[in-house]
Design a protein around this ligand. Sequence first.
Ligand code: ADE
Length: 264
Amino acid sequence: MNFHVLTLFPDMIRDGLMASITGRAIKAGIISLEVVNIRDYTENKHKKVDDYPYGGGAGMLMQAQPVYDAWEAVNRRIGTEKKTRVVFLSPQGNTFNQHMAKEFAKEEDLIFLCGHYEGIDERVLEEIVTDQVSIGDYVLTGGELPAMVMIDAVSRMVPGVLSNQESGVSESFSEHLLEYPQYSRPEVWKEKKVPAILLSGDHKKVEEWRLEQSLERTKRLRPDLYEKWAAENQEYFVRKAKKEERLRRKLEKRLNCCTTHQGV
Ligand code: ADE
């Protein structure tokens, strides 16, 4: 997976992504990062990339020419027949989510266009942008942080980026669910004990407990996500009901057996 970022602040992107897990994945060649300074493509002799908006109004706009030429140069380097998706980070876009991260992770190349100042000349956006994406209903000073957020989330979905693959590509059961609580050493801290089940060594029971915890948390904190999960995992409730019924019968049998014995 190759990320290409068009920006006026290349250091911001490099500094943000060359650290931690994304940095390790880039160094290992699992993903690649090309950061393109839009300013390098301006035809203006003073290296200017912005100008006043026609019709007046506050602030400056990024001009079409340097953005378009930077994009063309990246496209030439990618060199595929297929049109590479261009993601423009904007609060007007569709809100980014995990499903989108998975979809974007299927692309071989992705171009991110980061706006700054009051925005970018509409004509170049019409010409090159395929996807407008927001990271939430608030306005940031530029598209660099949103681009980094997206690249981080998309990278996690690329095989090999996370050392433990299961924690990236969620199992069907954990999709839409919040994380279960986790504990590390010591077993007792400030008189708080680690739940006994986690020390039992019974992996099946631990998995069941974790799923139950995730479900309880999601239901309480994000009922919208819980509804989604419940609708997509009806079989879980059927299985759970069957298990409870089996347990109830077993108990009933035991109880009957004991009362019969007592009666004799
Ligand atoms: N640029 C400025 N604010 C943004 C946001 N919330 N999401 C994506 N891009 C942005």
